[in-house]
Design a protein. Sequence first.
Length: 145
Amino acid sequence: MDLLYVTEATATGDGREGSVRTDDGVLTATLSAPPALGGTGGTGTNPEQLFAAGYAACFHSALRWIARQDGVDLTGSAVTARVALGSVADALRLAVELRAELPGLPPEQAEALVRRAHATCPYSAALRGDVVVLARVAAPAEATR
């Protein structure tokens, strides 16, 4: 693999009740476990929120990259990543739903772009085989804006 970019993040403290910081200091965040996971639900973020934000951005980037190759205008597009944490047997696992809003595109074209982006996105590739990921076009009533 030809490396294009490398970054690091370090977690300290008590896991979900600690903090994270990137090696360049651009991202520094306090972590608070949500009540559903036995935490206090403080003002900090949590790993699932950070993962959802990263996956949404990465998938949207892959989607726009594919669209540019095809000469398709994705002005006004958005991607929402819904990340769920659950238990399976004696382990914890993630499930992800990606909803792509692609205004103005015919459904068949939008669905084809989402499939290709899912095949291209590095986050999607990293999760294949161990995380259930549903990638789909958002219905008009689901628009986040």
